[in-house]
Design a protein around this ligand. Structure first.
Ligand code: ADP
Ligand code: MG
Length: 198
């Protein structure tokens, strides 16, 4: 899919969505590396979702890493964008404001390739804006799947297994696991170990 980027002369938007652990960050990093092989200048951005963490990189759950610029809000991208940049990567897109939609349109209209990774649904199984709107305006959308921690089937949902019921619980990957539609329940599942069939 990202293969056609070799021949790309115009801007466009790619979106990579799925549950937690579905490999969105891995896929973003893969596409970024391929663009770098093509000697294109790439910049990757991510939201500062917790002021304690301002690491200048994006890391997947299997510890693959790429440099990234943390942004307080998406408008801040203009302060960091280099005129030489041809490809923009954005991770954790669901944590940016709806203003991201106009900004990535603007970038694509200027001829940049924009790749945005993020959660399509929250732990209640509801659409997680702004990702659904970004999916609608994108030229290309990839839905990734994790592995269901209850049965091993492809997982499309993020199950909350610990903690409170706030929408965003930052840095607490141990509070979530991937589940398929059948085993997902839209509330905190503290009984998870009783549900296991694998
Ligand atoms: P995402 O950005 O979608 O949360 P990452 O790209 O950071 O996902 O991590 C994907 C990696 O997570 C996989 O390659 C695998 O090593 C690990 N992983 C942990 N739990 C699962 C799971 N339930 N299903 C699939 N991969 C998992
Ligand atoms: Mg990720």
């Amino acid at each position: 899919m990202s293969e056609f980027s070799y021949f790309q002369t115009r801007g466009w938007i790619e979106v990579v969505v799925g549950s937690m652990f579905s490999g969105k960050t891995e896929e973003l990093i893969r596409r970024v590396r391929r663009a770098e092989f093509a000697k294109l200048k790439v910049q990757v951005f991510k939201p500062i979702i917790d002021n304690r963490y301002r690491e200048k990189e994006v890391t997947s759950h299997n510890q693959n890493t790429v440099n990234a610029i943390p942004l307080k809000d998406i408008e801040e991208i203009w302060d960091h964008l280099s005129p030489k940049t041809r490809v923009v990567g954005i991770d954790e897109g669901q944590f940016f404001s709806p203003q991201i939609v106009n900004i990535v349109q603007d970038l694509a209209d200027r001829g940049l390739r924009v790749i945005i990774a993020g959660l399509d649904t929250d732990w209640k199984g509801q659409a997680f804006e702004p990702m659904p709107t970004l999916m609608a305006i994108a030229e290309n959308v990839t839905k990734q799947h994790a592995v269901c921690m209850t049965c091993g089937a492809p997982a499309s949902r993020t199950q909350k297994i610990a903690g409170g019921d706030s929408l965003i619980e930052v840095g607490a990957t141990e509070s979530y696991e991937a589940r398929c539609r059948e085993h997902f329940i839209p509330r905190v599942d503290s009984m998870k170990d009783l549900n296991r069939s694998i």
